[in-house]
Design a protein around this ligand. Structure first.
Ligand code: F6R
Length: 248
């Protein structure tokens, strides 16, 4: 596990973007796992900048997103499909046929989850997976207590997550209560994992994930078992780490 501490959010985003861009340049048909949330926004901005500058193309890149809410159409402004469209896909030369995001309106959710896993395998497995971390140590929608071997499946959102999400919806009963998420086992099979965290509200989770014991109560701690993982932080997220790490 390589921990890299950037000077600030932009520094962290640049470090992450340089790794992603390097992998795409080496393998134009990279299978890239993507996350939503506020943390990777800087990374996506940087990748868009590289594309617009002519130094990067996404035309052959295959993407798989970590998760999606159940019950929201792709066009809903709070769906992760919409997030990806707005914050990355519409700004670069992605082929829409190569984009994979779990379908929150699938009729048979279990069959869809199985299809998603098989689709990842069909493309040769994920080469590089980007993940964020929740303040409680979750990765994707794998909340504390999730099986460390879990696969893509339906998860009930925690009460906390439902309450946190209320501000994004007009009516309380519009807030999704379920999501489809890649499992921890799915994420761990990616050839490389890039975990990003910024700001002080992630410092405890990062301390537990990077220097604490591996436990299902801190799902992100499984990253210690990965053969090729990068943890890219800003100084605030790294503030509670006690070992020496690479400062950039
Ligand atoms: C997003 C995801 C979540 C977020 C995490 C951090 O696809 O799966 O696990 O990565 O909740 O969210 P932010 O970056 O908004 O702090």
């Amino acid at each position: 596990m390589l921990v890299i501490i950037g000077k600030d959010y932009d520094g962290m985003s640049r470090e992450a973007a340089n790794i992603v861009a390097d992998r795409i340049r080496r393998k134009p048909n990279l299978v890239l796992g993507l996350a939503t949330g506020s943390t990777p926004l800087g990374l996506y901005r940087e990748l868009i900048r590289m594309y617009k500058g002519g130094s990067l193309s996404f035309s052959k890149v295959i993407t798989f997103n970590l998760d999606e809410y159940i019950g929201l159409p792709r066009t809903h402004t709070q769906s992760y499909a919409h997030f990806m469209q707005e914050n990355l896909f519409k700004h670069v030369d992605m082929d829409p046929h190569y984009i994979h995001i779990p379908d929150g309106l699938a009729n048979d959710i279990d069959a869809h989850c199985e299809w998603y896993e098989n689709e990842i395998q069909r493309w040769g497995g994920i080469d590089l997976q980007i993940v964020g971390i929740g303040a409680n140590g979750h990765i994707a929608f794998n909340e504390p207590g999730s099986s460390l071997g879990s696969r893509t499946r339906i998860k009930t959102l925690s009460q906390q997550t439902i309450e946190d999400n209320m501000r994004f919806f007009k009516k309380k009963d519009e807030v999704p209560k379920f999501a489809i998420t890649m499992g921890i086992g799915t994420i761990m099979e990616a050839k490389e994992v890039l975990l990003l965290a910024s700001s002080s509200n992630k410092a405890d989770a990062i301390k537990a994930a990077v220097e604490g014991p591996i436990t299902a109560m801190v799902p992100a701690s499984i990253i210690q078992m990965h053969r090729k993982a990068y943890v890219i932080l800003d100084r605030e997220a790294a503030a509670k780490l006690t070992q020496q790490y690479e400062q950039r």
